[in-house]
Design a binder for this molecule. Structure first.
Ligand code: ADP
Ligand code: MG
Length: 229
């Protein structure tokens, strides 16, 4: 895969977010339509193919958690809002101190449940795939399901069912249900027989889609991080 070779040639240990999303798209996972700009001057021309509202994010190998650095602004409704956001984010302490490669501008995903889908390599068992509900479910409750790759459709369905928060995906407490089929498809594209973790078992140490936003009809990977072996 060229994306992986390019990153290695640049001496990088991870794919940047745009490359990570391109890799996911190659495996059929939906990602937002995305453009990359170097600075605010490029925004107007670059944004032409995008539907408003958009999200802007900092691209920097020094910044792992973009939100923590103030490097994500959502729901921006014009070229001016995007340019202003880039100007404002550029001078924040954590971003000012980092090497900034550019800025990613992407369409907003349809609202839905935030999930986490990932992959990692176990020294004994080889590639694994995981999923969980987003936010406190992962961070505080550690409500996640793991399987050894490759997984079948049935495995993917069982992973979803064994989450303690599974009822939330079905639309508990007045929420809209999240598309079970869309989640299963993403799990297969990551962990299935011809999935990304199997195909790149030698190259990818860790894959992290956080979040995958799952609406009633679709699942969109809005953040992607791949750590190379
Ligand atoms: P971080 O590096 O902080 O994890 P993310 O790219 O995950 O940055 O963005 C932070 C949050 O912003 C996400 O968890 C999600 O809630 C929201 N977000 C990011 N991109 C989009 C998008 N394209 N559409 C809708 N919400 C988004
Ligand atoms: Mg994230």
């Amino acid at each position: 895969m060229n994306l992986i070779n390019e990153a290695r040639q640049q001496g990088r240990a991870a794919l940047d977010e745009a490359a990570g999303k391109a890799l996911l798209a190659h495996y059929g996972v939906d990602v937002p339509r995305t453009v990359v700009v170097k600075d605010a001057a490029e925004v107007a021309a670059a944004m032409k193919p995008l539907k408003l509202p958009v999200v802007v994010k900092v691209i920097s190998p020094d910044i792992l958690h973009k939100s923590d650095a103030g490097g994500v602004r959502v729901n921006l409704k014009s070229v001016k809002e995007v340019s202003d956001a880039i100007a404002a984010m550029s001078v924040l302490p954590k971003i000012g101190a980092a090497h900034v490669d550019g800025w990613l501008i992407e369409e907003m995903a349809p609202a839905g449940q935030e999930m986490v889908v990932g992959g990692l390599r176990d020294p004994q068992f080889g590639p694994l795939v995981m999923c969980g509900l987003g936010g406190i479910f992962v961070e505080v409750l550690a409500d996640v399901a793991f399987r050894i790759c490759p997984i079948t459709r049935l495995d993917a369905e069982e992973m979803i069912d064994e989450l303690k928060g599974a009822a939330i995906l079905k639309g508990a407490r007045g929420r809209k249900p999240a598309s079970r089929e869309a989640i299963v498809e993403v799990l297969l594209k990551i962990g299935g027989e011809n999935g990304l973790m199997m195909r790149h078992a030698q190259d990818i140490a860790e894959a992290d889609i956080n979040p995958l936003i799952v609406s009633e009809t679709a699942a969109v990977a809005v953040d992607a991080r791949f750590i190379l072996t």
